[in-house]
Write a protein of this length. Sequence first.
Length: 232
Amino acid sequence: MPRVLLIDDDRALLDVLSLAFEEAGYEVATAVDGRAGLAAIDATRPDAVISDVNMPLLDGFALCRALRGRGDALPLILLTSRDGEIDEALGLELGADDYVAKPFRTRVLLARVASLLRRDALRRPDTKPDAAPVVTRGELAIDPERLAIRWRGVTLATTVTEFRLLELLARRPGVVLSRDALLDGMRGDDSVVGDRIVDTYVRRVRRKLEAIDPAFDRIETVVGAGYRWRDD
């Protein structure tokens, strides 16, 4: 049974979400602020965390920063009722896997978590899916079975959402993928969000690749159309 940790200072919302996740087959733990949530992560090691942004003691952004700062790739979804574009960009820049704006449909949140866990399960040593071939594009190697990416032989640390974005582009070199197509491939639900969120994901992936190779230029922006993986 997958374990999720719900962090929110709105106890009524916690009750509603706890019931929904339990009915969907999850084991649920809760915390009412970010500091308690971080302690719960260390104590119980959930499979995924769903955290509000605006909380006392330690907010959702600070929680995300703390996790990613110590190299923890635990799947994390942020919830917020603040200004969408500002929160969306900041949350993803810090390393959150996804972002859901309040108010939201519970079934959409459940779908996001399920999709995230399916992809993250490939990291687990006790998971043995059918072997998928490694995707190679020049000096890029993507291993879907291990959820691992290497550029010039150096392993790239990514969240599962970043992995999915790079995989989508690399599997269709030269093909321009619109932001909508990339967003659908990364998320796989019918939620309505700004397609510009893809720009933030692309920027994060580029920065990580440029940290390995400052001359990296394979992810090409096609103005007015989307992005593509450029092969020589």
